[in-house]
Structure formats: C-alpha cells, structure tokens
Design a binder for this molecule. Structure first.
Ligand SMILES: Nc1ncnc2c1ncn2[C@@H]1O[C@H](COP(=O)(O)OP(=O)(O)O)[C@@H](O)[C@H]1O
Ligand SMILES: [Mg+2]
Length: 315
C-alpha cells in the first residue's frame, strides 16, 4: 500500500476578511513529485506555511508521515526540507557556513554534517563559490544556495516554493534536473509554481488551485482529459468576412470561434485532426491565409475552461 506523506483535510486560513484557504484538502503519497499549480495569490505559500506550522490556521487538520503535525513536532520537521519562495540565507555567512548552519539544525554529528554539506554543495554545483558571501552571488547562484540550505540534511519530504522565479534559463534547468534527481534518490517532492510548463515537465501529479480552493487534480493527461477542448486551430488571416467565419463555426467538432488582431482561434473537441477540415474550408471558399497551425490543450486551457480565466493574466 502507498504511504501517505502529506494529508491536509479541510484547511481554512483567513487573513482578517480574506479567505486564503477555503476548505482545502490534499493527499500526497511517498515518492511523488507533486505539483501545486496556481496563479499568484491562489494560496500556495499559505498552504506550505500552514503545513510547516509557521502559520496558525482557522480550521482543518494536517498530518505528516501519518502523524498529526503541530508546532511542537520538531521530529517531523526534521524530516522535511524547505526551499522558501523568498531566498532566506545569512548575509554575514559564506556559502559553506550558510549550508552548515541549516544542516546543523538537524544533523549534530560533525563528521556526518561535513559530508552532507559537501554533498549539498556538489549537488547544486557551488564548489567554486564555497567561500563567497551571498552578496557576491548572481540571482541563479543565490537560488542554488537557497536549495542547498533546504536539502543538506537529506529530508524525506522536500518543498520547493516557486524556486525558478527570476532565474536565468541555465540555472532553471539545473534546478529542475536537481529536483528530479532528489526524487530518484527517494525524496517526496512538493513543487509550487505558476508556470504550467514546469509542472508538465516535472510532476507526476498536479493540483490546480485558485482562490484557496482545489480546481482540479490528476496527472497532466488526466487533467487535459477533463475538458472539452482537444485541439485549437489558429489561423493568421486578414479581413475575414463574418459569413465565412460562420462557415468555420458550423464545421464538425468546432465549439468556439473568435477573431481579433488578424487571428482566428477555432476551438475543437473530439480529437486532434481538425486542421484538415479548416484548410479545406478556406480552400473551398477561396479565402487566403498567411499561416495555420494547431495547438493541443495545455494546463492553461484546463484552468481557463474550469475558471474562465488565464492561469497567467499579468505576464
Ligand atoms: N500575511 C498576510 N496578510 C494578509 N494577506 C495575506 C498574507 N499573506 C498572504 N496573503 C493573501 O493571501 C492570499 C494567498 O497568498 P499566497 O498564499 O501567498 O499565494 P501564492 O503563494 O499562491 O501566490 C493572497 O490573496 C495574499 O494576498
Ligand atoms: Mg507564493
């Protein structure tokens, strides 16, 4: 039987009038890379902070490793590694000493600790920066230091809260690869982000949240299977006549058509091969276009269909 590592039941968290978590529930099994995907302000960090008992909450229950989590359970905390959204390191300590400090919170034996700190440094690729102070590190390197501080004590559950925001592509890839490797070595991962591409690449299961509520949960294929959209055909064309657009709208499998900025977006259900019929319709009516292509649904489409808005409306 699968072992439940995290169990959150009916969690409610209010900040005064605002309900940040609204009866939020979630279960994560050992060995998963679990993605928590939601727009800014949807409640991801609040969930993490409640889980870590850094925040009190108004209702609900949290179990970790099958036991009730309270602020007194330092034994359970020791089994968790956290890479917080805001980089949290000491300016006055070097790279090495920062990692050593965080590792030392849990690992008291000096020899073991030295070994673990060296391994963490190697893991994030900061060997050449051991003696550097955080101020001297680029954004990407600082993120890697933040990760090393969270994972050095070899926790069973590792929580990454938006670790790739404002990170260059090279460091970003390194971070994502590193997370996969930690998972292969046995760690259960919680990964929060508002980048759907990252959860698609990384996560075995994804929970999409909005306004402190679960919108949907499943593997990426399961999530995509929950919606009507199976393909969108996009056509770049000028001066399309309304009568012609109606002909497109009448095609089999087409359920929504919109046209602005010379772009015709045709949403289809029931399979992936609608582009042929669209091309035929243009040809039969002798209507010209510049470009035509098909896109398969993304998690954004899932979010859009269920909530009526884009996952990322401000970027
Ligand atoms: N300390 C706080 N005081 C008041 N409101 C907060 C506080 N922290 C977060 N919020 C609000 O709670 C909601 C969820 O925030 P957060 O958990 O940080 O979202 P996310 O991590 O998904 O971006 C947001 O509306 C945010 O403005
Ligand atoms: Mg957050």
């Amino acid at each position: 039987m699968a072992e439940t590592v995290v169990k959150i039941t009916n969690l409610v968290k209010r900040y005064k009038e605002l309900i940040a978590l609204d009866n939020f529930s979630l279960e994560i099994q050992k060995g998963e890379v679990f993605g928590l995907l939601g727009p800014n302000g949807s409640g991801k960090t609040t969930t993490i902070n409640c889980l870590l008992t850094l925040l009190s909450y108004d209702n609900g229950e949290i179990e970790l490793f099958g036991e009730k989590m309270t602020s007194k359970r330092s034994d359970l905390k020791a089994r968790i590694g956290v890479v917080p959204q805001q980089v949290a390191v000491f300016e006055e300590l070097t790279v090495y000493d920062n990692i050593d400090f965080f590792c030392g919170l849990y690992i008291k034996d000096k020899e073991t600790r030295k070994k673990y700190v060296e391994e963490a440094i190697e893991f994030v690729g900061l060997q050449e920066f051991k003696k550097f102070y955080p101020k001297k590190l680029s954004g990407g390197l600082l993120r890697r230091l933040n990760i090393a501080c969270g994972i050095a004590h070899k926790p069973e559950l590792i929580i990454f809260d938006e670790p790739t925001v404002a990170v260059d592509p090279q460091s970003r890839n390194r971070i994502l690869e590193g997370i996969s490797r930690l998972n292969e070595q046995g760690a259960t991962i919680i990964y929060t982000t508002h980048y759907m591409e990252e959860v698609e690449q990384l996560c075995s299961r994804i929970l999409i949240m909005d306004h402190g509520k679960k919108v949907a949960i499943g593997t990426k294929d399961e999530l995509k299977g929950m919606i009507k959209n199976t393909e969108s055909v996009i056509v770049n064309a000028s001066d399309l006549e309304p009568a012609f657009i109606e002909k497109i709208r009448a095609l089999n499998h087409v359920y929504d058509v919109s046209y602005h900025d010379d772009t015709l977006t045709i949403k289809c259900s029931g399979g992936k091969h609608n582009i042929v019929h669209v091309v035929d319709c243009f040809a039969d009516n002798e209507v010209k276009y510049r470009q035509i292509y098909s896109i398969l649904p993304t998690l954004n489409e899932v979010f859009l269909e269920i909530t009526g808005k884009q996952l990322r409306d401000n970027e």
